[in-house]
Design a protein around this ligand. Structure first.
Ligand code: FAD
Length: 402
C-alpha cells in the first residue's frame, strides 16, 4: 500500500491529508509539522483572532480528533531536515528516518528578515505563526503604539487590529505607496485614506535604517517612537528540504499542473510551490493564499489517488481591514489598462485590470458581485465591453452576458 508522507502540517498539508482519505487513499498517511498545534488557519492571526473575536478552536482547520479518526498519523513539533530522493526517505531532527512512496512538501513560507542594525533585537515581532501572533497581541492595547515596517496586507491588517484594541499604529513603507507590489494605485490610495481616517499614521517613501530602543530610525534621521515593532516585509519559500532532495527550484519549488515536482514521487503545494497558472497562460507564480493552498492540495491528492485533476481556478485572495472586505481575483501581470467601477469615496468599488478586451484581475472593495462576476470572466477568458463594465447601472450579470 502506498505510504504518503506530508511535511508541513499547515493549511496545505492538513488539507491534503484529509483529501487523500476523502479520495479513497487506503495506505498510511504521516502528517508531520514543526509547530506544536494541529493544522490551523493563519488569516485570522492578523484579523479576528488578534482582535480577540476568535479562539484557538475556531482557528483549527479540523478538530484535533479528526486525524486519528481518519487514520492519519499527526506528528507535531517535529522538524524534517533532509530528503533522500533516491532512497525515498525523510530524515527528522531527532534522527528518525521515515520511508515514503509519495512525499508532499507543504512547508509554506517564512517571514523575510531585514539585514539592518538592531534587526536581531529580541523585541522585534513578525507575524507568521500562532506563537508570533500571541507575542504581538500581548504587546497591544490602550496606550501602546505599534510601528509596522512594511505596507503589505499582513502589516495593514495588523495596524487595523491594533486600532481595534485601542493601540496607536504607524505604518512605515519604503515605496511611494502601500501595497505597491501587489495592488493598483487606486487601491493603495483607498487603503491609505481609510487607515488615516482610523487614526493610523501612514508614512511612505520612508526607509528604515535601524531598529533601536524605543523605536525605528529612518534614513532622514527621524526616530519613529513605538512600544512594539512588527516587521512585515514579505515571505520567502521554505524550500530547503526540496534543495536537499535536488529538486528543481525557482521562486520556490518548481511544480507542474498536478503539483508534481521534478521528482515523480514528490509533490510540493501551497506557499512553497512555484506553480503554473493555466488561467494566466501557464506562467509560473508563487502564490501565498489559502485558495492556492486548497487548490494545490486537491491537485496532489487527485494525482496520488489517480483521480481526474481539478479544473484550474483563477487565483484569488481576500483581506479584511476595519469594515472593509477586499477580494482580489486573477493576476494583473499582462494588463494594459484599468477600469474603475463604483466609488472609492463610498468604500464600494472595483478596479478591473484588462489585457485588450479581457479581464485578467479584479480588485473588489465591499463589492461582492464585481468580485464574483470578475472571477468568472477571468476563468472563462470572455471579452468585455469596458464602457459597460465601468457603468454601475449595468449589472455585472448583464456585463458577463454581453
Ligand atoms: P503554512 O500554513 O505556512 O504551513 C506550513 C507549515 O510547515 C508550518 O506549520 C511550518 O512550521 C511547517 N514546516 C516548515 N518547514 C518544516 C520542516 N522542515 N519540517 C516540519 N514542518 C515544517 N491568505 C489568504 O488567502 N487570505 C488572507 O486573508 C490571508 N491572511 C494571512 C494572514 C497572515 C498573518 C498570514 C501569515 C498569512 C495569511 N494568508 C492569507 C496566507 C495563507 O495563510 C497562506 O497562504 C497559507 O497558510 C499557506 O499554507 P501552507 O500550508 O502552504 O503554509
Amino acid at each position: 500500500m502506498t505510504k504518503v508522507v506530508i511535511i508541513g502540517a499547515g493549511h496545505a498539508g492538513g488539507t491534503a491529508a484529509a483529501l487523500l482519505r476523502q479520495y479513497g487513499h487506503e495506505g498510511p498517511i504521516l502528517l508531520a509539522g514543526e509547530e506544536p498545534a494541529p493544522p490551523y488557519q493563519r488569516p485570522p492571526l492578523s484579523k479576528a483572532w488578534l482582535k480577540g473575536e476568535a479562539d484557538l478552536e475556531a482557528l483549527l482547520l479540523r478538530p484535533e480528533g479528526f486525524y486519528a479518526e481518519h487514520d492519519i498519523e499527526l506528528r507535531k513539533g517535529v522538524t524534517a531536515t533532509a530528503v533522500d530522493a533516491a532512497g525515498k526517505t525523510v530524515t527528522f531532527a531527532d534522527g528518525t528516518v521515515e520511508p515514503y512512496d509519495a512525499l508532499i512538501l507543504a512547508t509554506g513560507s517564512t517571514a523575510r528578515k531585514l539585514a539592518l542594525p538592531g534587526a536581531d533585537r529580541p523585541d522585534l515581532l513578525e507575524l507568521r505563526t500562532l506563537a508570533d501572533a500571541e507575542r504581538l497581541k500581548a504587546a497591544l492595547g490602550p496606550g501602546r503604539r505599534l510601528a509596522v515596517v512594511g505596507g503589505g496586507y499582513v502589516g495593514l491588517e495588523a495596524a487595523a487590529s491594533a486600532r481595534a484594541l485601542g493601540a496607536g499604529a504607524v505604518i512605515i513603507e519604503r515605496m511611494d505607496r502601500v501595497l505597491a507590489r501587489v495592488a493598483s494605485p487606486t487601491l493603495s490610495d483607498f487603503f491609505t485614506g481609510y487607515h488615516r481616517a482610523h487614526g493610523v499614521e501612514v508614512l511612505t517613501s520612508a526607509e528604515v535604517t535601524a531598529f533601536e530602543e524605543g523605536g525605528v530610525r529612518l534614513a532622514d534621521g527621524q526616530l519613529i517612537e513605538a512600544d512594539a515593532i512588527l516587521v512585515g516585509v514579505g515571505a520567502q519559500a521554505c524550500d530547503q528540504l526540496a534543495a536537499s532532495a535536488g529538486l528543481a527550484l525557482g521562486n520556490g519549488v518548481v511544480v507542474d499542473e498536478t503539483a508534481r515536482t521534478s521528482d515523480p514521487a514528490i509533490w510540493a503545494i501551497g506557499d512553497v510551490a512555484f506553480r503554473p497558472v493555466p488561467v494566466h497562460g501557464g506562467a509560473r507564480h508563487r502564490l501565498e493564499s489559502v485558495p492556492n493552498a486548497l487548490e494545490q492540495a486537491k491537485q496532489a491528492a487527485a494525482a496520488i489517488t489517480g483521480r481526474t485533476p481539478p479544473t484550474p481556478e483563477a487565483p484569488w485572495f481576500w483581506s479584511d481591514q476595519y469594515d472593509v472586505k477586499l477580494q482580489i481575483a486573477g493576476l494583473p501581470t499582462d494588463a494594459d489598462r484599468q477600469v474603475l467601477r463604483g466609488d472609492p469615496a463610498a468604500a464600494a468599488f472595483a478596479v478591473f485590470h484588462l489585457a485588450g478586451d479581457r479581464i485578467v484581475c479584479v480588485e473588489a472593495v465591499n463589492a461582492a458581485a464585481e468580485f464574483m462576476g470578475g472571477r468568472q470572466m477571468i476563468g472563462r477568458g470572455t471579452a468585455v465591453d469596458a464602457e459597460r463594465l465601468a457603468d454601475p447601472n449595468v449589472s455585472m450579470k448583464a456585463v458577463a452576458a454581453d
